[in-house]
Design a binder for this molecule. Structure first.
Ligand code: HEC
Ligand code: HEC
Ligand code: HEC
Length: 112
């Protein structure tokens, strides 16, 4: 029994030690306009990794968010993914009427 606990502790230390460096920003492409997720600002407000990882998101920018267009409402109803906070009465603004706060279309072509 003791051995098992010791082994588990060692394992968790190893896993925590391998905690990958958090990204500053992640950009999700969408037809409505790309969404920039300010990971650093969100982390600061949330306080710790465990608010989001692993219960809401895996630590991979290529994993599905489960927050596609038609799912914003579904996600809000179940308070999952981004809508864990982004829902009416939540910590952050809900999707309805606030599309442009996340989907930011380029207004002008960058000079080249
Ligand atoms: C407010 C929520 C939130 C918090 C808090 C948070 N993350 Fe994330 N993190 C995300 C989201 C969203 C993604 C992208 C997931 C996806 O694309 O499926 C992500 C992705 C990542 C990735 C993958 C980056 C890549 O390029 O593949 C790493 C590494 C990561 N987070 C580390 C951390 C660490 C370490 C902490 C704590 C110091 C942390 N995160 C806190 C939301 C959060
Ligand atoms: C809290 C931020 C946020 C808000 C607010 C928001 N969206 Fe999104 N939306 C996203 C993210 C992030 C994605 C990409 C999801 C993914 O990659 O799985 C997305 C994806 C989509 C898609 C899928 C696009 C594609 O190319 O597949 C549609 C459509 C969409 N949103 C429409 C809307 C509309 C309409 C509104 C306003 C009613 C809205 N969104 C508000 C964050 C948001
Ligand atoms: C742990 C709670 C939480 C989660 C999860 C979360 N957000 Fe937020 N988000 C906030 C808070 C709090 C704010 C700032 C308050 C406000 O503006 O309503 C915010 C603000 C934003 C903003 C405005 C710019 C900024 O950073 O201040 C965008 C864009 C945004 N979130 C996108 C997303 C997307 C996309 C996801 C999912 C990948 C997501 N958020 C998940 C809490 C969260």
């Amino acid at each position: 029994m003791r051995l098992t606990i010791a082994a588990l502790l060692l394992l968790s230390v190893a896993v925590l030690g391998q905690q990958p460096k958090p990204p500053a920003k992640l950009v999700f492409q969408a037809t409505m306009g790309p969404v920039t997720f300010d990971h650093a600002a969100h982390l600061k407000r949330a306080g710790n990794c465990a608010t989001c990882h692993p219960k809401l998101f895996v630590q991979s920018a290529t994993a599905p968010l489960n927050y596609k267009g038609g799912m914003h409402k579904t996600a809000e109803a179940s308070q999952t993914s981004c809508a864990f906070c982004h829902h009416t009465g939540g910590k952050a603004f809900a999707a309805a009427g606030k599309c442009a706060q996340c989907h930011i279309k380029a207004t002008a072509k960058p000079a080249s």
